[in-house]
Structure formats: C-alpha cells, structure tokens
Ligand binder design. Structure first.
Ligand SMILES: Nc1nc2c(ncn2[C@@H]2O[C@H](COP(=O)(O)OP(=O)(O)O)[C@@H](O)[C@H]2O)c(=O)[nH]1
Ligand SMILES: Nc1ncnc2c1ncn2[C@@H]1O[C@H](COP(=O)(O)OP(=O)(O)O)[C@@H](O)[C@H]1O
Length: 223
C-alpha cells in the first residue's frame, strides 16, 4: 500500500519564480558583441534586447526600433531631461542611452535583458542595479584581427574605422571592470562560453526568489 505524498513542485529552471537579470556585453568596436548578441537572441527565447536610443545615423541594414531607436540630438536631450534613461553616455561623437521603463518592470516578472553598451554605461548600471547586473567583456584575439573585422564588416568609412581603432586600446583598458572576459577568437567557442555564463547566472540563489517558499514547503514539519 502506498501512502499519499504531499505534492511538491519539481524545480526546473522556470518552475520557481526568478528575478530577471541584466546581461551586459561590451567590447571594443568590432570585437564581435553585435554578432554574439544576435546569436543569443536567435537561440534564447527568454532573452530580450534592451534597445538603446542613439543619435548615430543608421548603418545599412539596421532597423529603427530593432537595432537602435534612432533620434536627433534635441530628441535625445529631451529624453535625458525627462529622466527616461537608466544610463546614457557619449561614445565617439554620438549619444547613446538605455531606456528605463521596460527593463525595470520586466526584471520583476523574471525577464532577462541583453545590453550592448560601453564601459561607461556598464559602470552606471552596476552602480544602480548591482545585484541584477552580469558584466561580460569580449576581447579580440589581436589588434590586427580587430582592424580586419572592422574593415570586413563593410559598414563604416575609412575615417570612422580609424577613429574606432584609435579608441580600441582605451576601451580594452576597462577589461577589469567586468565579471567575465572572453577572447572572441572562434565565434562558436565564444558563443558557447557566453551561453554557459548566462545559464549559470540564471541559477544564482539570489535571483531565485521562489526558493524561499519552496524550501519552506520542503522542510515543513508535515512534509
Ligand atoms: N553607455 C551606452 N553605450 C551604448 C549604448 N548603446 C550602444 N552603446 C555602445 O556604443 C558603442 C558604439 O556602438 P555602435 O555605434 O553600434 O558601434 P559598434 O561598437 O561598432 O557596434 C559601443 O561600445 C556600444 O556598446 C547605450 O545605450 N549606452
Ligand atoms: N569570432 C569571429 N571571427 C571572425 N569574424 C568575426 C568574429 N566575431 C565577429 N566577427 C565579424 O567581425 C565584424 C565585427 O563584428 P561585430 O559583431 O559587428 O562587432 P561589434 O558589435 O563589437 O562592433 C563582423 O563583420 C562580424 O561578422
């Protein structure tokens, strides 16, 4: 004869409530963060892109609202005045900012957000929302390979590429402000590492807000 057992929900990745996380990917321009971001978004339905606002003109193939929200400098300044950004920064000659509203609400609902932002934005988000932030920095395998990637992308003029190369070493100098640093040599290896980091970070105890009632149930006197 079997005795009736109290039912306890089996904890899989989504069975228990979890607070969402802010997954930040930074790198010097051309090291591969857009490529890795696209791969993540294609393969991971639980991850959403935090689409930034920028005054930079769209590149060929970029879509307003998907890659960036493109705006004028007065439009951007107005958003700053209205407090609509979680963080914003001047990068190269343009302004870039992370809209606040969706991310703040989504994190509570367990939604995860991907941020392709620079070290200045990373520092600001970390200061404001340290417990939610995971910081990943991609390095190129060499400076020559970085130049080759920027050139082969075919989206920027020689002048813009030269300006980005000039800034690359300054950007790389911020590598130690990140939790994880990956050399993006082989894209599949790099992507696998990023995926592993995301999986582990999702399982952190502090994010699994549903654990407290679950453990209470497991350890109840009549369980
Ligand atoms: N702080 C901050 N940086 C951003 C934001 N959006 C993009 N960036 C950064 O701005 C820099 C330039 O981006 P972009 O013009 O798309 O060129 P890319 O680096 O070649 O992809 C990159 O380092 C991005 O990570 C944002 O909302 N905030
Ligand atoms: N691991 C890699 N090996 C070879 N080429 C790469 C790799 N990662 C990215 N690329 C290429 O390098 C160029 C720059 O990558 P991108 O993702 O646009 O960089 P970022 O967003 O950091 O500026 C693109 O043409 C991309 O296809």
């Amino acid at each position: 004869m079997t005795t009736a057992q109290p039912t306890i929900a089996v904890p899989d990745s989504d069975a228990l409530h979890r607070r969402g996380l802010m997954f930040i990917l930074s790198s010097p321009s051309g090291a591969g963060k857009t490529t890795v971001s696209r791969m993540l978004l294609e393969r991971d339905a639980r991850l959403r892109m935090s689409v930034s606002v920028t005054t930079r003109p769209p590149r060929p193939g970029e879509i307003d609202g998907r890659d960036y929200i493109f705006t004028s400098q007065p439009g951007f300044d107005h958003m700053v005045e209205e407090g609509e950004f979680l963080e914003w920064a001047q990068v190269f000659d343009n302004s870039y900012g992370t809209p606040k509203a969706e991310v703040k609400a989504g994190l509570k609902d367990g939604k995860d957000y991907l941020f392709d932002i620079d070290w200045q934005g990373t520092q600001q988000l970390y200061q404001k929302m340290q417990a939610d932030v995971v910081r990943v920095f991609l390095l190129p395998p060499s400076i020559d390979e970085l130049r080759r990637r920027l050139t082969s992308r075919g989206t920027d003029s020689a002048e813009v590429i030269a300006a980005r190369m000039e800034r690359a070493k300054a950007e790389i100098s911020h590598w130690d402000g990140y939790d994880y640093v990956i050399v993006n040599d082989d894209i599949d290896v790099c992507f696998a590492k990023v995926t592993q980091i995301l999986a582990a970070e999702r399982m952190r105890r502090a994010r699994q807000t549903g654990l407290i009632p679950f453990v209470r149930e497991l350890t109840a006197p009549d369980a």
